[in-house]
Design a protein around this ligand. Structure first.
Ligand SMILES: [Zn+2]
Length: 583
């Protein structure tokens, strides 16, 4: 039971939390003055501290050096008392478990900092062993350079000990590394400690500066999490120290750990500036769903086109020109780095209209390989009578030829120099001259079904929307049953469906796996809080559409945390409730 810590927002493994002391603190933060150490049990036995709600009290503990055999740790394990005040328990990655505390102190933090492999393993092992709604504290390791990555990995609490010690050793810290004070003819900072003549700036001032920069960096990190944009920052920030770059790449290899914690949709834009972007959860998840869930329902030829900087693509100038040439006679799929391929029905779906990329006109070998792999998987799953590649020479053409060869297909190429030249557009129009147009109805129906496949799983579009009609203008489509009852709405901002009660009933009654939040005997209004959750599907991710079901209520809403977190947590909003019916 976590009384004194609550997670409010999630950005991958990073969280914006609240340490609910007498004066509440937003995390990630420095514990400093509001931490009380109950002391080590090695030299002597200690009484349970009295504790109070103005501080986080570390319960009397026995820390072990790294590499201590597990049976030794177990033999000397502390039986943590259950207390009524904000408390923290000291754990090692090997023995971490739920001790009923609000926070957990990682005992070997200083040994793993600086070592990517050990760090990633220790953090994941610990984070998965302690309840989701408890804070993780890494003592003695934070610096202005590494603290963003610590938060990105899932650390909630740090201290300024290391930054202060480095200051007293004459090491001047900044977000991009450290320098010896004597090597600095001027101070590149405007914090209060640095506002003295250079010759008066001593080691004491340096320690003050180090702590101020660490605090400022934590403010930046909190804002990044609030905006859902910590990852964009990390891709640049982690480059200042090699172990940080290695750590963040290793975290990308722990896809499951990050994926479970990454929202399926966000307001924030995603910046694609490096090859590392291709490995982020949002990109991998989109590619994975397009190549394993989506299937094309049009009988027309395929036209592959380059993406546009303007989103959604259909509102860009170049895509307007492609559209005028195509005239609903072909299915349009955009090729893009870093997303891969985007079928026209999914152009609104997160992150297809939420990314911004560096446009140099040239793709790196890694980008080419990624887009080619996705296109190949896409064409293995979707057959077309003809494939027309209306793409520019650089990058795009190479990818098309590679896929054409490896799948033994024949692409028709219609672009000369650039796809938007008059000649290219005329070629595109004339190559489609004998093709039939699809109707607006077909287009709208296929869009709803494609989004359902993407969102709910392979085959969901046909299962949930066997018979239906659409109303209103794209993109704000409303989905109604044959008898006129509303089932769902397309949310233009994220390109996902939001269901009504009737839509949710279809979901529950279908063979499509339902994401279900099982609640206690009450009728929720506005939201379901974690303590009211009895059980939840482990597949639920933050932002997912969920059915909320209990003895007294049936409803539908959007998950605010993962299914596992809903089950483990004793505080916080588990899901919003859009519609609910008493039963
Ligand atoms: Zn300063």
């Amino acid at each position: 039971m976590t009384e004194y810590f609550e997670v409010h927002e999630r950005d991958g493994a990073a969280r914006l939390g609240e340490l609910r002391l007498a004066e509440s603190r937003e995390t990630p933060t420095l514990v400093g003055e509001f931490l009380e150490d109950g002391g080590s049990l090695w030299p002597k036995d200690r009484d349970v501290p009295e504790g109070d709600d103005s501080v986080l009290t570390v319960l009397p503990h026995r820390a072990f050096p790294g590499g201590t055999p597990e049976e030794v740790e177990e033999a000397f394990a502390v039986d943590y008392p259950s207390v009524e005040f904000p408390s923290a328990a000291v754990v090692s990655p090997e023995t971490a478990t739920d001790h009923g505390a609000d926070a957990y102190v990682l005992s070997n933090a200083q040994e793993i900092a600086g070592h990517a492999k050990a760090f990633v393993e220790a953090i994941i092992q610990t984070r998965e062993a302690i309840p989701a709604d408890t804070a993780l504290y890494l003592p003695g390791v934070a610096t202005p350079t590494n603290v963003a990555l610590l938060a990105y990995a899932g650390v909630d609490l740090v201290d300024a000990d290391r930054a202060v010690v480095k200051g007293t050793q004459g090491k001047y810290l900044s977000t991009d590394g450290e320098q010896f004070l004597e090597d600095l003819p001027e101070l590149p900072c405007s914090c209060p400690a640095c506002q003295v003549p250079r010759e008066e700036f001593d080691r004491e001032a340096c320690a003050e500066h180090n702590e101020a920069v660490l605090e400022a960096e934590l403010r930046r990190v909190r804002q990044r999490i609030r905006d859902g944009r910590l990852r964009d920052y990390i891709e640049g920030q982690a480059r200042h120290e090699q172990w940080l770059t290695a750590t963040f790449r290793r975290l990308d290899q722990q896809y499951g750990y990050l994926e479970q914690r990454t929202p399926v949709l966000r307001r924030a834009e995603l910046t694609a500036a490096t090859d590392d972007t291709l490995r982020r959860v949002e990109i991998q998840r989109f590619a994975e769903r397009v190549t394993t869930r989506y299937h094309n329902r049009f009988d027309n030829p395929l036209v592959l086109v380059p993406c546009s900087a303007h989103k959604p693509y259909s509102e860009s100038q170049s895509h307007g020109q492609f559209h005028d040439a195509i005239q609903f006679r072909a299915h349009t799929v955009s090729m893009t780095s870093p997303i891969g391929v985007v079928p026209q029905e999914l152009e609104l779906t997160y992150p297809a209209q939420h990314y911004d990329t560096v446009v140099t006109g040239q793709w790196t070998p890694t980008e080419r390989e990624f887009v080619a792999d996705v296109l190949e998987a896409y064409l293995e799953r979707n057959e077309y009578p003809r494939i027309i590649a209306h793409v520019p020479g650089e990058g795009y053409r190479d990818i098309c030829e590679r896929v054409e060869d490896s799948l033994d297909l024949d692409f028709e190429y219609t672009a000369v120099d650039h796809p938007t030249t008059t000649e290219s557009l005329a070629n595109l129009a004339s190559t489609l001259s004998d093709e039939l147009k699809y109707s607006k109805r077909e287009r709208q129906h296929n869009t709803i079904k494609a989004v359902a496949d993407y969102q709910f799983g392979d085959g969901a579009g046909d299962e949930l929307f066997e018979e239906f009609q659409t109303e209103a203008r794209y993109p704000k489509l409303r989905v109604k049953s044959g008898s006129g009852e509303q089932l769902a709405m397309l949310v233009a901002q994220y390109g996902v469906l939001s269901l009504t009660i009737a839509g949710a009933r279809r979901w529950v009654d279908s063979d499509v796996p339902t994401k279900r939040v099982e609640i206690d005997q009450f009728v929720p209004h506005g939201s379901v809080l974690a303590p009211g959750v009895v059980d939840a599907s482990p597949e639920i991710r933050p932002g997912d559409e969920v059915v909320i079901e209990g003895p007294k209520a049936f409803g539908v809403g959007r998950a605010a945390m993962s299914g596992q977190e809903m089950v483990e947590s004793t505080r916080g909003i588990a899901s919003s409730v859009r519609h609910v019916e008493e039963r």
